[in-house]
Design a protein around this ligand. Structure first.
Ligand SMILES: O=C(O)CCC(=O)C(=O)O
Ligand SMILES: [Fe+2]
Length: 324
């Protein structure tokens, strides 16, 4: 197994992101432009990058991982109460194709209500993982959903910042980015991969590209992500402690990835998937299309493409569906 050495690690500071191109110093503006180009270059060349970002505190990530562990420690019967008509949301566990994997998908966990509805369903009597007295259970349940929705909101904000940086580096007008923010929503997916038993294969999650626009992922200390290199080989993506993984999805230029489990510790991860709202169109910015850069995909409704993908699950669904 080769290790992917060249996936860039990009560092954003709160200051960079808050000031952006309106930084008062020439130096600040230059730094921002360089960062925007690095992000675009990483997305174009690799379809992913690793990111360190001090605006999302390590303590919040750790609290989130503690909460996620407690969630997956709940009885199967409780976890199975989370059922949803849309794909990739309902509790999934013990699936024969990926028996190591369990997951939940929560729509708009960035809102307090959605996060709270979820935790109340899982812990109707309060959160037993923290062994609180009844008096505090109610409060703790609130605290728990606060972690969920605070983390999701920060990850969504980060996703919009990254998308904005890509737009900026292409010189696309700011109002297009505002429209994208208006027309987007998110799903928070939380995942556990158990350690394979001797009779199991070690595949944690099958090879896929993310179908959405952009994914920001966070994991515990257990590695497992692999990506396909340009030469078509699987390479390990070693994620430094406290770094986020950013994947561009099919709406940009996706990279195929999977999870493979090694060692004897469970892997926990969570990802914020930004995607177009119901009915929103995906369309190349007109100013980027000319004789030298012909249109590659016709405009399409994201929801229609997604239904098409679900009906055939093929790797080249986007090319077949919207390629010109
Ligand atoms: O568990 C991970 O880190 C990867 C998850 C993933 O790729 C996905 O849910 O699309
Ligand atoms: Fe993925």
């Amino acid at each position: 197994m080769e290790v992917a050495p060249k996936i860039p690690v990009i560092e954003f500071s709160s200051e960079d992101v808050e000031n952006g191109r309106s930084s008062s110093s020439e130096q600040g503006r230059e730094r921002w432009e360089v960062l925007c180009s690095k992000v675009r270059e990483a997305c174009e060349s690799h379809g992913c990058f690793l990111l360190t970002y001090d605006k999302i505190p390590t303590s919040l990530r750790e609290d989130m991982l503690v909460g996620i562990k407690a969630l997956f420690d709940l009885p199967e019967e409780t976890k199975s109460k989370y059922q949803h008509p849309k794909p990739y949301r309902s509790y999934q566990g013990k699936c024969p194709v990926v028996p190591l994997h369990e997951s939940f998908g929560i729509d708009d966990a960035t809102t307090f209500q959605a996060a709270q509805d979820f935790t109340r369903l899982m812990w109707p009597q309060g959160n037993p993982a923290f062994w609180l007295t009844d008096q505090y259970c109610f409060l703790f349940n609130d605290y728990d959903s606060e972690i969920l929705n605070t983390m999701s909101s920060k990850m969504l904000e980060l996703s919009f910042t990254i998308l904005g940086m890509i737009f900026e580096s292409f010189g696309i007008e700011a109002k297009r980015h505002e429209a994208l923010v208006r027309d987007s929503r998110s799903i928070l997916r939380v995942m556990k991969y158990r350690v394979p038993a001797t009779e199991d294969q070690n595949l944690g999650l099958v090879a896929h590209t993310d179908k959405n626009a952009l994914t920001v992922l966070c994991q515990n200390e257990v590695q497992g992500l692999e990506i396909v290199s340009k030469e078509g080989h699987w390479e390990e993506l070693v994620v430094p402690k406290d770094a986020f993984v950013v994947f561009v999805g099919d709406a940009l230029k996706a990279i195929k990835h999977r999870v493979v489990m090694k060692g004897d510790k469970e892997r926990y991860s969570f990802g914020l998937f930004t995607l177009p709202k119901e009915g929103a169109m995906v369309e190349a910015a007109r100013e980027l299309v000319d004789g030298e850069h012909p249109l590659l995909y016709r405009p399409f409704k994201f929801a229609d493409y997604f239904s098409y993908f679900l009906s055939n699950l093929s790797d080249d669904a986007l090319d077949v569906y919207a390629g010109v």
